[in-house]
Design a protein around this ligand. Structure first.
Ligand SMILES: C[S@@+](CC[C@H](N)C(=O)[O-])C[C@H]1O[C@@H](n2cnc3c(N)ncnc32)[C@H](O)[C@@H]1O
Length: 212
C-alpha cells in the first residue's frame, strides 16, 4: 500500500465509471492476471498527454492496451502512438480492442522487443511511457531520451513497487533483487543530465521526467 486505505477508497469513489470497452478490458485483465495500469495513474497519463499537446507517443509494454487506450484517447486526429509488446496473445487482444475503439489508425501496435523496436524509431516524441520488464527500464530509458523533444515527457510505472522501493525490502511479491534494481533505476532517472525528474506516489509509483 502506498497511500492510506482511506485515500485509496476516496479516489475510487470519486473516479468516473469506465466506459463499456475499458470496463471489459479491465475485467479481462483481472481475469487473466494481466498487470494493467492503476486507473488513477492511467487518468494521470491521459491528462498529462493532453496538457502537453502530445502528438507522438511511444510506449513499452502494451499488454492488452489499457494504458495505450488512455494515451490514444488524448491524441489529436493526426496523432500517432507506437506501442511495443512481446506477448503475442496480449498483442492480438489489444489489436482487437483498438479496432473496436476506432483508434486503430492512430495506434501502431508492434509485436516486437522494445529495445530492438526503439532503436529503429525516429524522433521527436512528445511523450514516452515505460511499462515493460522492470530490469530493462534503464536500457529503454537510455534509448528513448535522445528521441524526446525538449520539454517531452517520460513516464515510468511501478517505480515504488507497492512501497517496497521506499522500504528497501520485499513486499507484495516484489523480490529484494527487483527492489534493488528499481532503486538503481530511480537514481539513474533522477540524476540523468538530460532529464528533470520526480517520483509520484500515484498508483504503484509513477516517475515523471521532462527532457531538458
Ligand atoms: C505491466 S505490463 C503492461 C501493462 C500496460 N502498459 C497497461 O497498463 O495496460 C508489461 C508488459 O510488457 C511486456 N514486455 C515485457 N518485456 C518486453 C519487451 N522487452 N518488449 C516489449 N514488451 C515487453 C510484457 O509482455 C507485458 O505484457
Amino acid at each position: 500500500m502506498i497511500v492510506t486505505d482511506a485515500v485509496r477508497s476516496y479516489l475510487a469513489e470519486t473516479r468516473p465509471d469506465p466506459d463499456a470497452l475499458l470496463a471489459e478490458m479491465q475485467e479481462r485483465g483481472a481475469r487473466d492476471k494481466v498487470p494493467i495500469l492503476d486507473p488513477q495513474a492511467a487518468t494521470l497519463l491521459h491528462v498529462l498527454a493532453r496538457a502537453i499537446g502530445a502528438r507522438r507517443i511511444v510506449e513499452v509494454g502494451t499488454a492488452i492496451g489499457v494504458s495505450t487506450l488512455h494515451l490514444a484517447r488524448a491524441l489529436p486526429d493526426d496523432g500517432e502512438l507506437i506501442s511495443f509488446e512481446i506477448d503475442r496473445e496480449r498483442h492480438t487482444a489489444a489489436q482487437s480492442y483498438f479496432s473496436r475503439a476506432r483508434l486503430a489508425a492512430k495506434v501502431d501496435l508492434r509485436l516486437q522487443d522494445a529495445a530492438e523496436g526503439i532503436a529503429e524509431l525516429t524522433g521527436p516524441f512528445d511523450l514516452a511511457f515505460l511499462d515493460g520488464l522492470k530490469a530493462e527500464y534503464t536500457g529503454h530509458l537510455d534509448l528513448i531520451v535522445p528521441l524526446m523533444r525538449p520539454g517531452g515527457l517520460i513516464a515510468v510505472d511501478n517505480v515504488l513497487m507497492s512501497g517496497a522501493v521506499a522500504e528497501g525490502r520485499p513486499i507484495d511479491g516484489w523480490s529484494g533483487d527487483r527492489v534493488a534494481t528499481a532503486r538503481a533505476f530511480n537514481d539513474h532517472l533522477l540524476s540523468h543530465p538530460d532529464l528533470l525528474g520526480t517520483i509520484t506516489p500515484v498508483g504503484d509509483g509513477i516517475a515523471l521526467a521532462v527532457r531538458r
